[in-house]
Design a protein around this ligand. Structure first.
Ligand code: CTP
Length: 422
């Protein structure tokens, strides 16, 4: 999200870490967001957006247009944000009667969601005839807008001209989405869902250390069919791979995630290719790896698959009584094959071990010819939300002091970016 024309505080300043956040902390900890709400039916979603921004650690101040108060009462936002809500430019609660200056000065970013067609037009023209438009004009921080309107209003050349001008002025335009609208019509114009907007705000604050890079990942377990109803799989949840895909995308990369069966939602802005077996994963990864800058193999790929999966369900009677054996054959090693390409991407492997972690992780790094291996002891968090990991590279072992998977993901992304830069 480039902001070429921000006359306000620089994007770099906005992306600098807030003093109160830590790698392990909430992603918007220490961030002050000024949320502007304009008069569209999507204003009801701004209440949920307020809640989710606060849950992510932000402090939220809400300013509304008069029309927005027709859809949702200021009391709703006051209760959710725990802060006074402002509508009137003449609000006497601000001692110097300058709420348009006071409110924007403490903000790290201003987000207008929903932003109506009329409000976008006002921003383009630099008009300041109510508190919210005056705040936009007088702001000292980056502005993000989430348009929400009927599809005809969105498609109208006037709106399209305005949106192009907003982008040219360095304002981040988030969405809109396509889908069924409040008016019953279908098309572009729906406001992005609150959880997507929160992701975009987090991404906005994340330094773009992987800008212009293509990152390819594998995640989750594989499932190797025995017959139409049975198979061999493992307990990988996919969470670490998904957290890494999300962190890489927030760091500005173009991300493709080749995922085994997980049931996890695809991270915002990530292209996902769903696969089931190791052979399918191999077939999906190799063509993508040729022009990837980074390959991160997080998937717990089955090393073996049934030699001859049955097309019909295997019956006990046919299997032969009290015992049966299953012939298995080796699966290709996806990571080794990518690392052996003539021009391999920067390859990161994972090693989940039950014992002798350092020895196994280091031997995998050497054997597969990898610059970086992320090792963890299975007892420390396989399948859960947290983990304790050690990074192994040519310089030795580097334990991470973060344990949440999103914090680990950010730390790995930072290390990969530093390696690419050097
Ligand atoms: N990997 C892969 N393709 C495979 C097997 C593993 O890409 N067929 C990747 C994993 O995604 C992970 C790393 O290789 O990044 C794990 O290495 P590996 O030696 O295969 O681990 P294990 O299967 O656990 O090996 P072992 O049984 O020898 O411990």
């Amino acid at each position: 999200m480039a902001l070429p024309g921000q006359s306000a505080r620089s994007l770099q300043a906005a992306q600098a870490s807030p003093s109160s956040s830590s790698v392990d902390g909430l992603e918007l900890a220490g961030r002050h967001i000024l949320l502007g709400v304009t008069g569209g039916v999507a204003a009801y979603k701004a209440a949920e957006l307020t809640r989710q921004l606060i849950k992510a650690g932000a402090t939220v101040r809400v300013a509304m247009t008069e029309a927005a108060t027709r859809f949702v009462a200021p009391a709703t936002f006051q209760a959710l944000s725990g802060q006074a809500v402002f509508v009137d430019a003449w609000d006497e609660r601000v001692p110097n009667l300058m709420p348009h200056i006071e409110l924007s000065r403490e903000a790290d970013a201003m987000l207008v969601a929903p932003a109506t067609a009329d409000f976008l037009a006002k921003v383009v023209q630099g008009r300041a005839d109510d508190l919210l438009s005056t705040l936009v004009l007088a702001r000292d921080c980056p502005l993000l807008v989430a348009p929400a309107m009927n599809r005809q209003m969105w498609d109208n050349p006037a709106t399209q001209r305005n949106v192009a001008q907003l982008a040219a002025d360095g304002i981040a335009v988030l969405g809109p989405d396509e889908g069924v609208q409040a008016c019953g019509e279908t098309g572009f114009g729906r406001m992005l869902e609150p959880e997507v907007l929160v992701e975009e705000v987090i991404a906005f604050f994340t330094p773009k250390v992987l800008a212009g890079k293509k990152v390819l990942l594998t995640a989750g377990p594989t499932f190797e069919a025995i017959d139409p109803v049975r198979g061999i799989t493992n307990l990988s949840s996919g969470r670490m791979g998904y957290a890494l895909a999300r962190a890489a995308r927030q760091a500005g990369a173009e991300v493709t995630l080749v995922s085994g069966p997980t049931g996890l939602p695809c991270p915002v802005g990530v292209a996902r290719i769903d696969v089931t077996s190791a052979l399918e994963m191999h077939g999906a990864v190799l063509p993508q790896a040729v022009d990837a800058d980074v390959f991160i193999a997080v998937a717990a790929v089955a090393d073996y698959r049934p030699a001859a999966p049955e097309t019909r369900k295997i019956k006990k009677t046919a299997a032969g009584g009290e015992a049966m054996s299953l012939a298995l054959v080796r699966n290709p090693d996806i990571l080794s094959d990518v690392a052996a390409l003539p021009r391999p991407p920067y390859c990161v492997g994972f090693a989940a071990e039950s014992h002798d972690l350092a020895q196994y992780a280091e031997s995998k790094r050497i054997k597969k010819n990898l610059p970086l291996v992320v090792g963890n002891l299975i007892a420390d968090g396989f399948g859960g939300d947290s983990n304790r990991v050690i990074l192994f590279d040519a310089a030795g072992a580097h334990p991470l002091d973060t344990t949440r998977k999103d914090g680990i993901a950010r730390a790995i992304v930072a290390r990969v970016a530093a390696a690419l830069a050097s």
